[in-house]
Structure formats: structure tokens, C-alpha cells
Design a binder for this molecule. Structure first.
Ligand SMILES: Nc1ncnc2c1ncn2[C@@H]1O[C@H](COP(=O)(O)OP(=O)(O)OP(=O)(O)O)[C@@H](O)[C@H]1O
Length: 268
């Protein structure tokens, strides 16, 4: 059973690899149901590592609580009940069709599958593929799909169990403009249904348009956290990305980041 309405609390977490600490003692203000938070920052600062830590896929210390339920160190079944994770790339080796991949993800938590008729499982998996606009690809083997199509299957796997917390690692990186909008619309609608969405995004314009909150990482540490309009400033872009950039409001009221070049820090 999902626990809609509960915030996700991330306290004092450290995540990394053997002999390679990446994120150290990070605490975030509670992540609220209905919100989309984008984790942004330059390459190799630890965005995916943080997300994989939140997903329970890397050894970590600290606390990740959904309401009162501690997810750090929780077993796979408990995590799978609450958290959906979409990795940067979906493995191509599996000899599954898109539909079978979605069904397999649905069955990760045995509790969900118990008593569910095969037809109901198949219907739910199909419903999610349709929601993402890839219903026509249901019977295609994963190996025959494009990178973008596989990415959409990865998203289907992450959302098929109706998680309370949805963790997405660059969900739009392989997608064309139309599919980017489609995916972000789905992500927003999931948030409106009460899901807590945390997504790594490189594209700051996309992040500013679709996220309520930006978490900016640099060298594994939190350097800014808040409303995109407050966070995205020329000064932050210079300090974090080493670029000279302007931040402007376009006619639709959206933020645009215009990069003029490398600034003194970046070109040094
Ligand atoms: N499996 C691993 N073993 C050891 N070090 C790793 C491993 N994966 C990543 N790292 C290191 O951890 C650091 C953070 O990597 P991470 O992938 O979290 O960065 P990122 O901010 O997501 O980068 P990008 O934007 O390029 O995807 C990097 O220095 C990287 O080399």
C-alpha cells in the first residue's frame, strides 16, 4: 500500500563507492508529495550517485524516511513498494519485449502480484506504455528499440507500480523535443497525483520549466536549493558551471539561460 501524503526526509546521507566518497553528509529540506525536484550541477559532481543512494542501490549512511518509514537499509521489497527508480540507461541485453519489461517491473514486489490476475497485470503494464505513447511498441524486443524508446520503457518500469517516490536519472536525455515535453507532462501529472518526484536533469531550461525546486550539487555538496527563479542566477552559473550566462524571463513567463561563453573561472 502506498503512503500518499507523506514527505521524504533526507538527513545526513553519505554515498559513494569503495574508497571513493562522493556525497558527504548531505541533508535536504523535506521533499513534499506533489512536488518535482530537479537535481542539477556539472558533470561528475555526484548527481547520479545521490539518486542511486536514494534508491538504495549504493551503500550509504544516514536516513531517508518516507513519513516514519526508514528506507535507508530497508529490504528490497519495502523499497520497491515505495520507490520507483529509472536509471540513465536501460540494459539492452535482456531478451524481453517492452511489455514484458513493464510486467517484470510490476512483479518486483511479490505483494503486488499476489492475487492479481495475469490479465490485470498485463492491463496495468499496457496502460503505462500507452500513457508514455509507446503502446504500439509493446511487443517489440528491447534490443530492437532506439535509445529514446528504451528510455521510455525504463520510465514505464519506474512508474508501473505507482510509487510514492519517483527517482529519475536524466529521463529526457535521449528524447526528441516532443517526447521531452510528453515525458515531463507525465512527470508533472504524477506529481499532481501526489508522487514525490526527484529527477536529475542537465538541461537547466527544462529543469526551470518543469521543476518546483532545484537542488544544485557541486563536488558532492549542496550549493543551492529552492525555487528555480531564486536559484538560477548568473552568479551561481558562473560559480558552479564556470560560464558567463544571462538568465531571462521569456514572454511565456519561463526562465531562459543564455550562455555567452566561459567566464574567468571557466577559462582559467
Ligand atoms: N561505479 C563507480 N565506481 C567508482 N566511482 C564512480 C562510479 N560511478 C561514478 N563514480 C565517480 O563518482 C563521481 C560522481 O559520479 P556521478 O555519476 O554521480 O556524477 P554525475 O554528477 O551524475 O555526472 P554526469 O552529469 O556526468 O552524469 C565521479 O567522479 C565518478 O567518476
Amino acid at each position: 500500500m502506498t503512503e500518499l501524503g507523506l514527505a521524504l526526509t533526507v538527513e545526513d546521507i553519505s554515498v559513494g563507492y569503495p574508497g571513493r566518497p562522493v556525497v558527504e553528509r548531505l541533508t535536504l529540506a523535506p521533499l513534499q508529495p506533489g512536488s518535482v525536484t530537479a537535481i542539477v550541477g556539472p558533470n561528475a559532481v555526484g548527481k547520479s550517485t545521490l539518486l542511486r543512494g536514494l534508491a538504495g542501490l549504493l551503500p550509504m549512511t544516514g536516513s531517508i524516511r518516507l513519513g516514519r518509514t526508514e528506507l535507508a537499509g530497508a529490504d528490497r521489497t519495502l523499497r520497491a513498494r515505495h520507490v520507483g527508480f529509472m536509471p540513465q540507461t536501460l540494459p539492452t541485453g535482456a531478451r524481453l519485449s517492452a511489455l514484458e519489461a513493464a510486467i517484470a517491473a510490476l512483479s518486483v514486489n511479490p505483494m503486488d502480484a499476489v492475487g492479481a490476475a495475469r490479465s490485470a497485470v498485463r492491463r496495468r503494464a499496457m496502460e503505462v506504455l500507452e500513457r508514455l505513447g509507446i503502446g504500439a511498441l509493446a511487443l517489440e524486443p528491447l534490443v530492437a528499440l532506439s535509445g529514446g524508446q528504451r528510455q521510455l520503457v525504463g520510465l514505464a518500469q519506474a512508474i508501473v507500480r505507482n510509487p510514492s517516490v519517483l527517482l529519475l536519472d536524466e529521463p529526457t536525455s535521449a528524447l526528441d523535443l516532443r517526447h521531452q515535453v510528453r515525458v515531463m507532462q507525465v512527470v508533472r501529472s504524477l506529481a499532481e497525483e501526489g508522487v514525490i518526484v526527484v529527477t536529475v536533469l542537465h538541461d537547466l531550461a527544462l529543469a526551470a520549466r518543469w521543476a518546483d525546486r532545484l537542488v544544485v550539487l557541486c563536488n558532492g555538496a549542496l550549493v543551492a536549493d529552492g525555487d528555480p527563479r531564486a536559484v538560477l542566477t548568473p552568479r551561481l552559473l558562473a560559480e558552479v558551471y564556470g560560464v558567463a550566462a544571462r538568465v531571462e524571463l521569456c514572454s511565456a513567463g519561463r526562465l531562459q539561460v543564455i550562455v555567452d561563453g566561459l567566464d574567468a573561472i571557466g577559462s582559467a
